[in-house]
Design a protein around this ligand. Structure first.
Ligand code: XUL
Ligand code: CO
Length: 437
């Protein structure tokens, strides 16, 4: 195991709930069986390269403050190699089974795309060497189509066809690299695919072009034999005022409208969900019941702030509700739980990386245990089943089976003097969950 940048941090042990060791798991016990799988198999945790290795802690009001020895190496390729060593040191010490990256997180850009690809290949070679000695796999790869100034008006939805071409070539390469590394998924988060004002926007062409781009991507994945899952990651706003992949409902409609729903599933992020005015669980439920739940970006937004704060997730209640959906889905594989999350700017020490991930991993481990117990107990599920019992027989069964029509429903109800309803019992249900927590 690499031990170069975090020499004070050992391999993080599981010590259990009573432990006062900050560098130990309290709930995440990777080999512990929950139902038919281990915690590690259920949770499929992943490190996000961009926040943890590349992020400096800079914000709109101040410069980078993160103490990251690799970031002070001035030669860009040497820095990229050092970042890769730091990555595998973190993965090893936390025993994280997966990582995710954008192409530009791991290697610097050159003058031309050809030169950039060459640099990427060089870093991929280094990555493969460390990967062969580690227990970590690529959960997903993606292309950064939003940082470089050429993407100022978007990528696939840019008004400039040359930008569309550049983005296509970049995704082509990123998919090849993802396949080469055995990536389980490939993600499309629509960076700047959206608009700020309709005064300068041909919305129809932009949406059609986005669909054309995704069809080309799916065709290329097939052509090179990449059989990983393709994923769209919705977000309602930021950086553009209106992002096209607004939320899960919007993405489902888009995928179906452009005949892409058999090729793509959805990568759902907590902070994006709440920016769209939904709960994380709402988004996961909607994707699940449509057979489109792909993967999760496990982070946490601030409910008082209207932007993407991408905090490390520590809210057990939310983790419970999301793990309930994951268990009902029969698991999240080939997706996983990617910590698309960054430490607060004031948590700038190198070991904060470990403290943040331990807190997040423990949160979802606890969420998994509680959700499993809730399902085993069955109180909530039984309540929901009973609440809809009127559809199991009689007129309800006729509605569900398609036998009923407006005329038959009218003759059924027209002379009934009164309808009685049952209580929804929300407060009692919340108290049931609190007993498990
Ligand atoms: C941006 C975001 C991205 C995607 C990958 O808000 O979530 O990091 O997860 O491009
Ligand atoms: Co994300």
């Amino acid at each position: 195991m690499l031990n170069e940048f975090f020499t004070d941090v050992p391999k993080i042990p599981f010590e259990g709930k009573g432990s006062d060791n900050p560098l130990a798991f309290k709930f995440y016990d990777p080999d512990k069986k929950i139902g038919d799988k281990t915690m590690k198999e259920h949770l499929r945790f992943s490190l996000a390269y961009w926040h943890t290795l590349t992020g400096t802690g800079a914000d709109p009001f101040g410069v980078g403050v993160n103490e990251r020895p690799w970031l002070s190496i001035s030669d860009p390729m040497e820095q990229a190699k050092a970042r890769m060593r730091a990555t595998f040191e973190i993965l090893g010490k936390l025993d994280l089974p997966f990582f995710c990256f954008h192409d530009r997180d791991i290697a610097p850009e050159g003058q031309t795309l050809r030169e950039t690809n060459k640099q990427l290949d060089e870093i991929i070679k280094v990555l493969k060497e460390y990967k062969s000695e580690a227990n970590a796999e690529l959960l997903w790869g993606t292309a950064c189509l939003f940082t470089n100034p050429r993407f100022v008006h978007g990528a696939a939805t840019s008004p400039n066809a040359e930008v569309f071409a550049y983005a296509a070539a970049q995704v082509k390469k990123a998919m090849e690299v993802t396949k080469e590394l055995g990536g389980a998924n490939y993600v499309f988060w629509g960076g700047r695919e959206g608009y700020d004002t309709l005064l300068n926007t041909n919305m129809k062409l932009e949406l059609d072009n986005m669909a054309r781009f995704l069809h080309m991507a799916a065709d290329y994945a097939k052509k090179i034999g990449f059989d990983g899952q393709l994923l769209i990651e919705p977000k309602p706003k930021e950086p553009t005022t209106h992002q096209y992949d607004y939320d899960v409902a919007n993405v489902i409609a888009f995928l179906r409208g452009y005949n892409l729903d058999d090729r793509f599933r959805i990568n759902i992020e907590q902070n994006h969900a709440i920016l769209a005015g939904h709960t994380f669980q709402h988004e996961v439920r909607l994707a699940r019941i449509n057979g489109l739940l792909g993967s999760l970006d496990a982070n946490q937004g601030d409910y008082l702030i209207g932007w993407d704060t991408d905090q490390m997730p520590t809210n057990i209640y939310e983790a419970v509700m999301v793990m309930y959906e994951v268990l009902k889905n029969g698991g999240i594989a080939p997706g996983g739980l990617n910590f698309d999350a960054k430490l607060r700017r004031a948590s700038f020490k190198p070991d904060d990386i470990f403290l943040g991930h331990i807190a997040s991993m423990d949160t979802f481990a606890r969420g998994l245990e509680i959700a499993h117990a809730m399902i085993e107990d069955g109180t909530i599920d039984t309540f929901v089943t009973n609440r809809y019992a009127s559809y199991d027989s009689g007129i309800g069964a006729e509605i569900v089976s398609g036998k009923a029509d407006f005329a038959s429903l009218e003759s059924y109800i027209i002379d009934k003097p009164e309808i009685s309803n049952e209580s929804g019992r929300r407060e009692w249900l919340e108290s049931v969950i609190n007993q498990f927590i």
